[in-house]
Design a protein around this ligand. Structure first.
Ligand code: ZN
Ligand code: ZN
Ligand code: FE
Length: 760
C-alpha cells in the first residue's frame, strides 16, 4: 500500500462537451488507475490513484492523447491521501466558479457521416446524428456545466439503445450530451403542414430541385437555400431578399465539387473540411457551374461544405432523384436583422422569401451565423467570426482583476465578455440599426453571462453618442467605459496577438466617431491598453450628404476633386469628363460643401477608397457596405509599380497630415486621358500603402516605437494589406495583423474589453 499515491488533477481548457471525461476514463483503464473524473464547470477534476509508474503513464496519456476537439490550457496536480477505491468512475457534475470554457459547435465528424449513410446502422438517415466528437454545443446550451439536462436536448428522453451507448465507456457516444436516434431524437417538419420526418425532407428536396427556395433550420439558425446553378432561382431569391448584388455564400456537396468551382490549397481544404467548416472566400476556377448571379462581378466566392447532417441529407437522399451539388446557403434573415432561430421568427420573417420552411423541434438557444474568412499569407483572415469559433476566448498574457462586458459597435455587432485574462467573443449578432438586432444583443449578452458565469463590473462601448450599442450599454446601470472606435480596432489587433507593449496603430476604416466629434478613419495612433494618442491622419475632407455620402462614392469624390483642383470650375469640369454625375448633382453638391449644409469633416480611408472607385468609373455607388471599394480591389492590376511620393507637410491640431490631393488629381487626370482602370486602381493601392509606410516612419521618428498594428475595415482589402505588410517589413517594422479576429467592426468588442479591463 505504501507505493500507492493519489493525485488530485485539475485540467483547464476546452474540456467540456468534447468527450473529455470518457477519454479520461479510457486512459485510466489502460494505465490501471482507480479514481474518478468530474466536470466542475471551470475545469475537469480527476482523482487518480495508482503507483508511480501507472500515474506517470496516465499523465503522459492525459497530455498527449486528449480528444482532437479539446484544448488543454493548464494542468494542476497535487497529492492527496490515498483512499480505498475499487474502480474508476465518471461522477455527476458539480458546480464551482472560475474560468469556464464553452465549446463552439462542431461540424459532423467522418464516422457519423459514414453511419448516416449506412443502411445497417440504426441511425441511418437520422438528421440529428452526433457523437462526443461532433454536434451542436454552444447553440443548444442553457448553462454550464455541459450536461444533457442543461441543453435543449433535455426535452428528448433517450431511448434504451441510446442510453446504453451513452453509459458505455467503450462507445464513441459515451456521455455525448446531444445523442439521439430516429426513435428518440428531434423531428423534422414543415410548419403549418402535415408533412414531417422523411416526407418533409423529400418535399423540401423537391422544392429545391424544381427551382424553388427553401428555408432550412440548421445549427445556429435558418438558411435560405436554392440551387446555385439555377440563375432564375438565384435572381428570384435576390428580389425577395431585396439584395441586388451582395454575394451569396454557397454550400457545395463535397471537396470534389469545391475543386471544380474554385482554386484551393491544402490549408484551405483542411479548414473547409475540418471541425469548424467556415465559409472561405476562394478564387473561382473559371470552369465552375455556379451561375454568375450568385456573386455578380466578383472573382471570388464564399464556399463551405455541409456541416449538419440535415444538410448532407438535402444533397443526398435515397429518394431516387438527382440533386444539384451547389446550394446557395445564405443566412435566413430580413436585411439588417439577426438570423431567424425559431419557427415564430421564420414564419413571420421568411415566409415571403421562400416556398417551404423545413424546421425541427431541437431548439436553438443562441444564434450562430456561419463564420466567414479570407486567407492571408497562408493563414485564416477572419471576416465574420461566429459558428465554430465563438465563444473560444482570446487569452491575454497578463491577468487583470475584474470583469467587463464590451458591447461592440453598430455594424457587424458582436460583444465580448471578459474576466481575468480571458476574453470571450460572442457569435455574430447583426447590424444594430435594426431594433430586432438590439433585442438579440440584449438576449445574447444575458445568456452568455449566465453560461460563462461572468457578472460584469463595468460595460465598455463606443464613443459614438447615437449608436444603439452605446444606448444599450448606458441602460445596464453599470459604470460605462467609452472607447474610441479606432483605438478599439488597434487594441483588438494587439489583444489577438497577445502583444503588451506600445504600438503604432494604423486604423484604416469606414466610419468612426472621433474624440473631436469629427469622423475618423485614416488614423495613425500611438496606443497601449492604457491609452492612445492621435499622432496623425490622412488629410481631412468634407463629406456632404449625410448617410448618402457613405453609399454614394461620387459625392465624396466631388469633394476630393474640389480640394485637389482648387476651384469649382476645374473640379466640375473634371467631374463631368469622368462622368461622375450630371451637372445638377455637381452644382447641388458644391453648394452643400460651400454653405456647410449637411456636411461633416472626415478622415475616413473607407470613403477615400469609395471616391477612388467612383473617379475611376469602377463603382459610383454601393448597394452594400464595401461594394465600391472591393470592386476597386478586384479591378486593380496587382503588379502596378507606381512610385508615389507621400507628402507629410502640415501639422494640424498637433498631429501630422498625409496629403491626398496629389493622388486624387493624378487619378482624375490619368483617367480622363484614358489610362486603364486596372493600372490606376493598382497605382492607387500602391500609393495608399506608401502613405501608410510614410506615416509609420513619421510615427517611429516621433515615438521610437517599431511595432505596427494594422486594423480597421479597410484592411479587409487583401491587396492593400499585402502591400502595406511588405513595405513596412522592408523598413524594419514588426507588423501585427489579424487572423482569427476580424479587422472590421466585428472585432472591436475585443479591443473595448481589453482597454476596459485595464482601466478597472
Ligand atoms: Zn460524430
Ligand atoms: Zn435513441
Ligand atoms: Fe470600424
Amino acid at each position: 500500500m505504501e507505493d500507492i499515491k493519489c493525485l488530485l488533477i485539475r485540467v483547464y481548457g476546452i474540456v467540456q462537451g468534447v468527450g473529455f471525461r470518457p477519454f479520461v476514463s479510457r486512459i485510466a483503464a489502460k494505465a490501471g488507475i482507480l479514481g474518478s473524473v468530474c466536470n466542475k464547470g471551470p475545469y475537469v477534476e480527476i482523482i487518480a490513484q495508482g503507483d508511480d509508474k501507472q500515474l506517470a503513464d496516465f499523465l503522459t496519456r492525459l497530455k498527449t492523447q486528449a480528444p482532437e476537439r479539446s484544448t488543454i490550457l493548464k494542468i494542476e496536480t497535487s497529492e492527496i491521501p490515498a483512499k480505498k477505491l475499487h474502480k474508476f468512475e465518471i461522477i455527476k457534475s458539480g458546480r464551482e466558479k472560475g474560468e469556464i470554457f464553452v465549446s463552439p459547435d462542431i461540424a459532423i465528424c467522418k464516422k457519423c457521416k459514414e453511419e448516416l449513410f449506412d443502411k445497417k446502422n440504426r441511425r441511418y438517415l437520422h438528421p440529428f446524428i452526433n457523437c462526443t466528437a461532433c454536434g451542436p454545443r454552444l447553440t443548444i446550451l442553457d448553462s454550464m456545466p455541459y450536461d444533457r439536462e442543461r441543453t435543449s436536448m433535455s426535452e428528448f428522453p433517450m431511448c434504451a439503445d441510446c442510453h446504453d451507448e451513452y453509459t458505455n465507456p467503450k462507445c464513441r457516444r459515451y456521455h455525448a450530451q446531444p445523442v439521439c436516434c430516429n426513435k428518440c431524437g428531434p423531428r423534422l417538419y414543415i410548419p403549418g403542414s402535415e408533412k414531417e420526418g422523411a416526407e418533409a425532407l423529400i418535399f423540401t428536396r423537391e422544392v429545391i430541385r424544381g427551382g424553388g427556395i427553401a428555408a432550412i433550420k440548421g445549427i445556429g439558425g435558418f438558411h435560405l437555400c436554392c440551387d446555385a446553378k439555377n440563375a432564375e432561382a438565384v435572381s428570384r431569391l435576390r428580389r425577395l431578399k431585396n439584395r441586388p448584388f451582395k454575394p451569396f455564400a454557397v454550400m457545395l456537396r463535397d471537396m470534389e465539387t469545391v475543386r471544380r468551382e474554385c482554386k484551393t490549397d491544402g490549408a484551405q481544404e483542411a479548414l473547409l473540411d475540418g471541425p469548424q467548416k467556415p465559409i472561405i472566400l476562394l478564387e473561382r476556377s473559371g470552369r465552375g457551374e455556379i451561375c454568375p448571379e450568385v456573386a455578380p462581378g466578383n472573382p471570388k466566392i464564399g464556399v463551405m461544405l455541409p456541416y449538419a447532417p440535415i444538410q448532407l441529407l438535402l444533397f443526398s437522399y435515397p429518394d431516387g432523384k438527382d440533386m444539384t451539388d451547389c446550394f446557395v446557403m445564405t443566412s435566413g434573415n430580413p436585411s439588417g436583422a439577426p438570423i431567424c432561430r425559431n419557427d415564430e421568427e421564420a414564419v413571420k420573417e421568411l415566409s415571403g422569401m421562400c416556398d417551404v420552411i423545413l424546421s425541427n423541434d431541437r431548439k436553438i438557444r443562441l444564434r450562430a451565423d456561419d463564420s466567414v474568412m479570407a486567407f492571408f499569407e497562408g493563414r485564416p483572415y477572419m471576416i465574420r467570426r461566429s459558428r465554430g469559433y465563438a465563444p473560444l476566448p482570446v487569452v491575454l498574457p497578463h491577468v487583470n482583476d475584474g470583469s467587463v462586458l464590451a458591447v461592440g459597435g453598430e455594424l457587424k455587432n458582436t460583444f465580448c465578455l471578459a474576466r481575468g485574462n480571458l476574453l470571450y467573443l460572442s457569435p455574430y449578432i447583426a447590424d444594430l440599426a435594426d431594433l430586432r438586432s438590439v433585442k438579440a444583443l440584449e438576449e445574447a449578452t444575458a445568456r452568455m453571462e449566465r453560461l460563462l458565469e461572468i457578472s460584469p463590473q463595468a460595460v465598455a462601448c463606443d464613443l459614438h453618442p447615437k449608436y444603439n450599442s452605446t444606448e444599450f450599454a448606458k441602460s445596464l446601470g453599470l459604470p460605462v467605459i467609452q472607447v474610441q472606435h479606432h483605438y478599439a480596432h488597434i487594441a483588438s489587433c494587439m489583444a489577438e496577438n497577445g502583444f503588451e507593449e506600445e504600438v503604432i496603430g494604423v486604423a484604416f476604416d469606414g466610419t468612426g466617431y472621433g474624440t473631436d466629434g469629427t469622423i475618423w478613419g485614416g488614423e495613425f495612433l500611438k496606443a497601449s491598453y492604457s491609452g492612445f494618442e492621435r499622432l496623425g491622419s490622412i488629410a481631412p475632407f468634407r463629406q456632404a450628404g449625410g448617410e448618402l455620402a457613405v453609399k454614394e462614392g461620387w459625392r465624396v469624390a466631388l469633394s476630393l476633386l474640389l480640394n485637389a483642383f482648387g476651384s469649382e470650375s476645374a473640379a466640375g469640369e473634371a467631374a463631368e469628363k469622368l462622368g461622375l454625375c450630371d451637372k445638377t448633382a455637381i452644382r447641388t453638391q458644391f453648394a452643400m460643401l460651400k454653405n456647410n449644409i449637411n456636411c461633416v469633416t472626415s478622415t475616413s480611408a473607407g470613403r477615400l477608397f469609395d471616391a477612388a472607385s467612383a473617379i475611376l468609373g469602377i463603382k459610383r455607388r454601393s448597394t452594400f457596405e464595401g461594394e465600391a471599394s472591393s470592386a476597386l480591389e478586384y479591378a486593380a492590376d496587382k503588379n502596378t509599380g507606381y512610385n508615389f511620393e507621400p507628402n507629410i507637410s502640415t501639422y494640424m491640431d498637433g498631429r501630422f497630415i498625409i496629403e491626398i490631393s496629389g493622388l486624387i488629381k493624378y487619378l482624375a487626370e490619368k483617367a480622363i486621358e484614358g489610362t486603364s482602370k486596372s493600372y490606376l486602381a493598382g497605382a492607387f493601392h500602391s500609393a495608399v500603402a506608401q502613405m501608410v509606410r510614410a506615416g509609420c516612419i513619421k510615427c517611429r521618428e516621433l515615438t521610437g516605437i517599431n511595432t505596427v498594428a494594422l486594423s480597421g475595415g479597410v484592411f479587409q482589402n487583401l491587396l492593400l494589406l499585402e502591400k502595406c505588410v511588405n513595405l513596412l517589413k522592408s523598413d524594419g517594422f514588426y507588423v501585427l495583423t489579424h487572423s482569427l479576429v476580424p479587422p472590421n467592426d466585428g472585432g472591436i468588442a475585443l479591443g473595448q474589453a481589453a482597454v476596459a479591463l485595464n482601466k478597472l
